[in-house]
Design a protein around this ligand. Structure first.
Ligand code: ADP
Ligand code: ZN
Length: 222
């Protein structure tokens, strides 16, 4: 089993991915988080990705696919995993089918209006240490600017600046949105209404997933 989370920047796939991980026990693999860590650590990969990410562009398909291939080979992924931010192009989707084909695949597509995307991203603050996601008004941390989970100082992501957000949404529309048609034909493609609070979206998502997993395995899974 693998779960693919599709959605524009700000659609909530990172937040929902973390909630699904906690509730269902599948590890969440976020290529954005893996790339940001490589940038922070200054690895060769990180140096290659840094400028591209700062501009809101896409890191080359082969580079991201190599990261994902390595990660999904780890033992905790054997029973299933959640992909957040990958695939992001048709070429990546085709590569995924090659590096790990034959797996049951459920694609959740979080649908959110552009106005909501911009509103969410403009108030977003994140934990650079553990990846937890907050929002200045929608989900403020208990202590200002400190992560509830690990206590690290929270930051805005550099690529959440308004003009970079516009570029990321443009890149999403042109490179990633076509994946919806791709998966509608090939997999269990399920659109999810992503408007509203994360808890509400999670309730909708879990209802959908429970049905899918029961259908797949002939019994309740949670
Ligand atoms: P968001 O979905 O909010 O834009 P992510 O954390 O998923 O944020 O990604 C941040 C950046 O990392 C992207 O703008 C892109 O530069 C890079 N990136 C992440 N995943 C991929 C991918 N699958 N292919 C290419 N670039 C990626
Ligand atoms: Zn943290």
């Amino acid at each position: 089993m693998r779960l693919i989370l599709l959605g524009a920047p700000g659609s909530g796939k990172g937040t929902l991915g973390a909630m699904i991980e906690r509730a269902y026990g599948f590890p969440r693999i976020s290529t954005g988080d893996l790339l940001r860590r490589a940038v922070r650590e200054g690895t060769p990969l990180g140096r290659q990705a840094e400028g591209i990410m700062a501009r809101g562009g896409l890191v080359p398909d082969e580079v991201v696919t190599a990261i994902v291939r390595e990660r999904i080979a780890e033992p905790d992924c054997r029973a299933g995993y959640i992909l957040d931010g990958y695939p992001r192009t048709i070429a990546q989707a085709e590569a995924l089918a090659v590096i790990d084909g034959g797996r049951r695949e459920i694609v959740l597509s979080f649908e959110v209006s552009v106005e909501s995307l911009v509103e969410r991203l403009s108030g977003r603050i994140v934990c650079p240490a553990c990846g937890a996601i907050y929002h200045l008004t929608r989900k403020p941390p208990a202590k200002p600017d400190l992560c509830d989970v690990c206590g690290a100082a929270l930051q805005a992501r550099k690529d959440d600046a308004a003009e970079i957000v516009r570029e990321r949404i443009r890149v999403y529309e042109s490179a990633t949105a076509p994946l919806k048609a791709f998966y509608r034909e090939r997999s269990d493609f399920r659109p999810v209404d992503g408007e509203g609070a994360a808890d509400e979206v999670f309730v909708r998502t879990a209802a959908l997933l429970d049905g899918e997993l029961r259908r797949a395995e002939g019994g309740p899974v949670r």
